[in-house]
Write a protein that binds this ligand. Structure first.
Ligand SMILES: Cc1cc2nc3c(=O)[nH]c(=O)nc-3n(C[C@H](O)[C@H](O)[C@H](O)COP(=O)(O)O)c2cc1C
Length: 236
């Protein structure tokens, strides 16, 4: 989205954030990631202080985890019976999608695949594009936010605001991000590799972070928003 000079820094961060699905290999200094994760903690929170853990993956640890999860993703495609082993750690999606949200969700999905030239019958291409999630879209840094299962919905809300701050802080450093719930179902693989157990810990969200690949077609996708009048109701 083009931003005029008159916009504030806050506007610039908010309006230039987008889910970025292709990154360059340019490294991001550890100090920059540390600063982003520290500053993001200024988010408002019902539950203080920060009741979750953020895991930062780079280098071999990141590569090994991506390799393991991509293999599991392929195996799951070959044998749907394996789905039992990969339950979501919490109800992120509604049990049943309904209109108009189902239609908007489909519109977004097909908008993205359409831009990439992936047709509705091209299951191999869809699988490959979806699997890019499990490579953090080639970003040099991957984040995982995990929390104790004893926490409830209020912590998920707090974590959501923290993650939004991470994404906005990243923009302030010239970086882009993609929040990724796609990782959650593979928490039986992710958690043990990071030294955690699924019976007491829930994987809340993954996130890619790095420099956007400006030449990548996929980064040209802008998710449409409904006009403010459709969801804002004035009561005078
Ligand atoms: C909690 C959360 C989880 C998400 N999970 C994924 C994901 O697994 N893979 C993906 O490509 N996008 C994911 N997204 C990105 C959304 O699809 C995206 O934010 C939405 O379509 C709006 O587009 P924008 O972020 O480009 O503005 C996620 C977003 C959020 C907030």
């Amino acid at each position: 989205m083009p931003l005029t000079e008159s916009r504030s820094d806050a506007d610039r961060a908010i309006l230039s954030r987008m889910s970025t699905r292709a990154f360059t290999s340019e490294p991001v200094p550890r100090s920059v990631i540390g600063q982003i994760l520290s500053d993001a903690a200024a988010a408002s929170a019902l539950v203080a202080p920060i009741p979750w853990h953020m895991h930062v993956l780079q280098g071999d640890v990141l590569r090994q985890l991506c390799h393991a999860v991509c293999a599991a993703h392929d195996a799951l495609r070959a044998d749907a019976g394996l789905r039992e082993a990969y339950q979501e750690p919490y109800d992120y999606y509604p049990e049943q999608w309904f209109s108009p949200y189902l239609d908007r969700r489909r519109e977004n999905g097909w908008g993205l695949y359409g831009l990439l030239g992936i047709g509705k019958s091209e299951k191999d291409k869809m699988h490959a594009q979806h699997q890019r999630n499990y490579r953090f879209f080639d970003a040099p840094v991957g984040l995982f936010l995990a929390m104790d299962r004893k926490h409830g919905g209020e912590t998920l809300l707090d974590a959501g605001r923290y993650l939004q701050n991470v994404m906005l802080q990243a923009r302030g450093h010239g970086l882009h991000t993609c929040p990724q719930a796609a990782w959650n179902m593979f928490s039986p693989i992710v958690l043990p590799q990071l030294g955690m157990r699924g019976d007491d810990t829930a994987l809340v969200c993954g996130m890619s972070i790095g420099h956007a690949d400006a030449a990548a077609l996929v980064n040209g996708y802008y998710t449409p928003r409904v006009p403010v009048a459709d969801f804002c109701h004035w009561r005078d």
